[in-house]
Design a protein around this ligand. Structure first.
Ligand SMILES: CC(C)(COP(=O)(O)OP(=O)(O)OC[C@H]1O[C@@H](n2cnc3c(N)ncnc32)[C@H](O)[C@@H]1OP(=O)(O)O)[C@@H](O)C(=O)NCCC(=O)NCCS
Length: 199
């Protein structure tokens, strides 16, 4: 497939639901919180000037097939989910009653992320995802590489990432892009590698 990697700033705002839809194919905590959280997260990331984002677009159909985002302060993105208090409280109450285990995991992850403050000059590869129909064609690896290149251009010296230990595709892509495993840790139900690469 022929595709082009573009900067997230070039994505028309009406295509944000497409990014959220692709993200729902991820098995991480954000997608478990549900689509309204995912869409709100992408709206926040899209507006945040410190976020470095890219997306892959099929040259023939124009379809968005994958994306990646990086941030020097990922916890500031999640904390902005609480900006609209009444929306957030409604979503959290719904989550508590419909998916209590996800609610507990959210609390555990919020605490763990706070203890993982980024170093000066470092940026986190927060998410990268490819539509399941287009996986296995090196698009994910290329997206992550594009995030690294863009971050280097902007002066960042190091990229960090947390990858679940079962996630072979993500792990292979990240290792191929030159990351190494700094440590392996548990975060509630998740078992993750903390990865890092010089830029
Ligand atoms: C992780 C993800 C983005 C990879 O994208 P992709 O385009 O399918 O992957 P690529 O084709 O670039 O392959 C990357 C590497 O993974 C390997 N790989 C791909 N699919 C694999 C699979 N199902 N099982 C094992 N290895 C796999 C490839 O061989 C390649 O290895 P190499 O770099 O050593 O050659 C994609 O699987 C995805 O969207 N997963 C769900 C979201 C997610 O988990 N994101 C990462 C965490 S935030």
């Amino acid at each position: 497939m022929n595709y082009t990697i573009l900067n997230l700033k070039e994505l028309p705002v009406e295509l944000l639901p497409r990014l959220a839809e692709i993200h729902m194919g991820d098995r991480g905590l954000l997608s478990k919180l549900g689509y309204p959280f995912v869409l709100r997260y992408f709206e926040i990331a899209y507006k945040d000037p410190r976020v470095i984002g890219v997306f892959a677009q099929d040259n023939n159909s124009g379809e968005v097939v994958g994306y990646g985002i990086a941030s020097p302060e990922p916890e500031s993105l999640t904390s902005q989910l609480t900006n609209d208090k009444s929306w957030f409280i409604r979503q959290i109450i719904k989550l508590f009653f419909t998916r209590p285990l996800v609610f507990i995991q959210l609390i555990i992850s919020s605490i763990t992320i706070k203890g993982q403050m980024n170093e000066v000059g470092a940026i986190e590869c927060v998410y990268f995802s490819v539509d399941p129909k287009f996986r296995g064609q090196k698009i994910g690896r290329t997206i992550q590489k594009a995030l690294m290149d863009e971050s280097r251009k902007l002066g960042y010296k190091k990229m960090l990432a947390s990858i679940e230990t079962w996630n072979k595709a993500s792990l292979s892509a990240t290792l191929s892009n030159g990351f190494t495993i700094a440590k392996t840790f548990r975060e509630g139900q998740y078992h993750r590698h903390r990865m890092e690469s010089k830029l």
